[in-house]
Design a protein around this ligand. Structure first.
Ligand code: HEC
Ligand SMILES: [Cu+2]
Length: 507
């Protein structure tokens, strides 16, 4: 989504730092009655170095943690209710962590002790809280962080398990708070870190139960009835239709390793996450970050869950991120782009090599012809009962059968219209050469033809493959009946007996 201008990373971390210096005042002055007061930390924890967490807006991720020891990390997350773009011409009142959807990315290390501050902006209309799936404790922090507008809550937790986790608001009605955009992710890096990669991105899918239909203009809000029925008009990546498209696409260069932290905020719908034209070299399923799966095409990500995918980009081009439940991608917005720049590798991917006419094993006219043949057979059966003069119908049937042979075989060279191709295949339509000698035509089909041949004044010296092993005598009689009676050609039917005779003659 287009957020109110986010400050660049540096300025933002400065802001976080500044904010971190004041909140204690607010908490102590106006803490709710059930506040237990600051935790008394044991000396070994008090002795840990203190750090301010750097938070980032999607699709960016804070820098990797280099330290090899635990720290006390101070996180300051601000809740803001904002009106922003959901799609072109469509605005929505989002409830956010950090001003945009998904919420700010938080990055800590396994074993860290986190002093978490949830600050609800004074302009908010409602109280909010946070349930972090990385927290071991009741409600994942929800009960400890229920915060009225203009208030700030503080609680402390220790990150016991590594992994990439969703966080979300858990204030009633919970599906409405999540449905308005109140979700984000927190990465608890394993103690040994993660393998280094060149590009890291943050993408979250979530659905919006807007009152209007998809694309209906104006300011939209949450529709509880649609949410209960799970009928969202919008299912999007990073909070809006087109958030990762065009000049907002993710980028990488050929040869780079890319990691995407992908999560689903929901509130309800799971994702079949897939990148068109890429294979995930590794997927950390459900984002536990211990044992990756290898060589995955599509990975299923639950609502309120996440995964980390990694892949090397080998060739340039635009790769499309989708929920492979594809109407979501093409009709509801769950579509993003990864643009890869760099030199081609035409062995890995050639691009389009040749554009040639392809009419299928049997051109369409062939199958119409089969239907017509069946009809004619019926007519013959009927005619035979009442009238012994069936010669006309027999020829007509031969024509239809012959057309099927032609459209299954000869058309590829002599073309469906019998006109051939200049310099390559001679015409059969109006061919003086063919029409001059009926027996020679039978021999041509049986034995093929090589050496110079002059058709209608044009000489060609090419090769026609023999068909004697491919076609029966009846089929040859039929196909020649067809070519001798099509495209303006006229002639009698060929009989199976005649073809049979010529076949045995030339053997
Ligand atoms: C793989 C391509 C190919 C196929 C398939 C093919 N032909 Fe030909 N045909 C040729 C070529 C090439 C020549 C000219 C050969 C030469 O230059 O000596 C030719 C020549 C002919 C000729 C004599 C020249 C003329 O234009 O009158 C006839 C008749 C003919 N083909 C009929 C057929 C029929 C009927 C079929 C289907 C049963 C068929 N061909 C299938 C390539 C093909
Ligand atoms: Cu909320």
């Amino acid at each position: 989504m287009k957020t109110p201008q986010l400050p660049p990373l540096f300025a933002m971390s400065m802001l976080m730092l500044a904010a971190a210096l004041v909140p204690a005042v607010a908490v102590q002055a106006e803490g709710p009655a059930d506040a237990k007061g600051p935790v008394v930390l044991p000396p070994d924890v008090v002795a840990l170095p203190v750090e301010q967490a750097i938070l980032t807006a999607a699709p960016h991720v804070p820098p990797p943690i280099k330290r090899k020891f635990s720290a006390r990390v101070v996180v300051n997350l601000e809740v803001r209710e904002v009106v922003a773009r959901l799609a072109d011409g469509v605005e929505y009142t989002f409830w956010t962590y950090g001003g945009s959807v998904p919420g700010s990315f938080i990055r800590i290390r396994e074993g860290d002790v986190v002093e978490f501050h949830l600050n609800n902006h004074p302009s908010s209309k409602l109280p909010h809280n946070i349930d972090l799936h990385a927290v071991t404790g009741p409600g994942g922090g929800a009960a400890s962080t229920f915060t009225a507008p203009g208030h700030s809550s503080q609680f402390t937790f220790q990150a016991l398990n590594p992994g990439l986790s969703v966080y979300h608001c858990a204030t009633a009605p919970v599906p409405m708070h999540i449905g308005n955009g109140m979700y984000g992710m927190i990465l608890v890096e394993p103690k040994d870190g993660l393998p280094p990669v060149d590009k890291v991105y943050y993408v979250m899918q979530g659905e919006f139960y807007a009152t209007g239909k998809y694309g209906e203009e104006g300011l939209q809000s949450f529709d509880m009835a649609k949410a209960i029925d799970e009928r969202p008009p919008y299912i999007v990546f990073n909070g809006s239709v087109g958030s990762l498209v065009g000049d907002k696409a993710l980028t990488a260069n050929v040869g780079e390793h890319v990691r995407i932290y992908f999560g689903v905020g929901g509130p309800n719908i799971t994702s079949s996450f897939h990148i068109i034209g890429e294979i995930f070299d590794k997927v950390y399923p459900e984002a536990g970050l211990s044992l990756p799966n290898a060589n995955v095409q599509t990975t299923l990500v639950p609502s309120g869950g996440a995964c980390a995918v990694e892949f090397k980009v080998d060739v340039p081009g635009t790769f499309i991120l989708v929920d492979h439940s594809l109407t979501r991608a093409f009709n509801k917005g769950a579509l993003g782009m990864l643009k890869v720049a760099g030199p081609e590798n035409r062995v890995i991917y050639s691009g389009k090599e040749i554009d040639a006419v392809y009419l299928g094993a049997q051109a369409e006219e062939g199958s119409d012809s089969a239907k017509r043949e069946a009809e004619l057979k019926k007519q013959i059966a009927a005619a035979m009962k009442s009238n012994p003069t069936i010669a006309g119908l027999t020829k007509e049937m031969q024509l239809e059968k012959g057309k099927q042979v032609y459209m299954g075989l000869c058309f590829a060279c002599h073309q469906p219209d019998g006109k051939g191709l200049p310099m390559a295949f001679p015409p059969l339509a109006g061919s003086d050469y063919m029409l001059a000698d009926r027996d020679r035509a039978v021999r041509t089909v049986l034995k093929g033809l090589t050496g110079p041949v002059t058709v209608n004044g044009v000489t060609l010296n090419s090769v026609m493959p023999p068909q004697e092993a491919v076609l029966t005598d009846a089929q040859i009689a039929d196909v020649l009946t067809y070519v001798f009676n099509s495209w303006g050609n006229t002639g009698d039917a060929f009989t199976t007996a005649k073809v049979k005779a010529i076949r045995s003659e030339i053997h």
